[in-house]
Design a binder for this molecule. Structure first.
Ligand code: NI
Ligand code: MN
Length: 225
């Protein structure tokens, strides 16, 4: 599976020719100026919560590509009014799509859409495809609920926020990796703005000490799983 980092918490995944995009925040991201937002392929856009740094380019990319939005009921309803087609879900629920199964899991955070509309509860996703199972945590604190993910799924890799201040930081992400029983972690939600700048070498080293690998691909680059 090919995973490409598009900055902040945005990733593009290609699963057997189907394109998944998570939390698109590209045009407002000064670090992502080299990414051509109109060249991004998407069949599905998955959105973890309503904050601007996760939804900024949803409408533009959905209209360019015809991608279907997968998110909670409130966010899907909000985007439907803008003409974006979506599949509404909510916590604990699971649905099978053509690329695999999506389960919505808890994230401890807040959620408000850019016009201050209620965004429902923030979430994470556990996705099971033919070949791989992975967890996209969204913006979240460390929670004991993550142990349930480790118990219910055999994860091949996971996306965890590591930037601190708005989400859990590095030390808690190391504990999260243990809770979800996953050895390959892709870091997200770091370096984009002042509050969340990290030392990448220190981060990589901290995970290494616990036997985990922290993947921090350069913006625009890919990792294979
Ligand atoms: Ni947020
Ligand atoms: Mn955020």
């Amino acid at each position: 599976m090919n995973v490409t980092y598009l900055g902040h918490s945005c990733f593009h995944l290609e699963i057997d020719g189907i394109n998944l995009l998570f939390d698109p925040f590209i045009t407002p991201n000064e670090l992502a100026v080299d990414i051509d937002v109109d060249a991004i392929k998407a069949d599905y856009i998955l959105v973890s919560h309503g904050h601007e740094d996760h939804v900024a380019d949803v409408e533009r990319i959905a209209k360019n590509t015809g991608a279907k939005l997968i998110s909670n009921y409130e966010i899907v309803t909000w985007f439907a009014e803008k003409g974006v087609e979506g599949h509404p879900m909510n916590h604990g629920g699971q649905w099978s799509f053509d690329f695999g199964t999506v389960k919505i899991v808890t994230a401890e955070h807040s959620s408000m859409l850019p016009d201050r509309s209620y965004g429902g509860n923030p979430c994470g996703f556990v996705i099971t495809t033919k070949d791989k199972t992975f967890y996209y945590a969204g913006d979240t604190a460390l929670t004991l609920d993550m142990q349930l993910i480790g118990r219910m799924f055999d994860l091949d890799f996971a996306f965890l926020p590591i930037g601190d201040n708005f989400t859990m930081g590095l030390d808690e992400a190391v504990i999260a990796a243990e809770f979800i029983q996953c050895e390959h972690i892709v870091g997200m939600h770091y370096d984009t703005f002042g509050y969340i700048k990290i030392n990448k070498d220190e981060a990589t080293q901290k995970f290494k000490e616990t036997g985990c690998t922290l993947h921090l691909p350069e913006l625009g680059n890919s990792v294979q799983f």
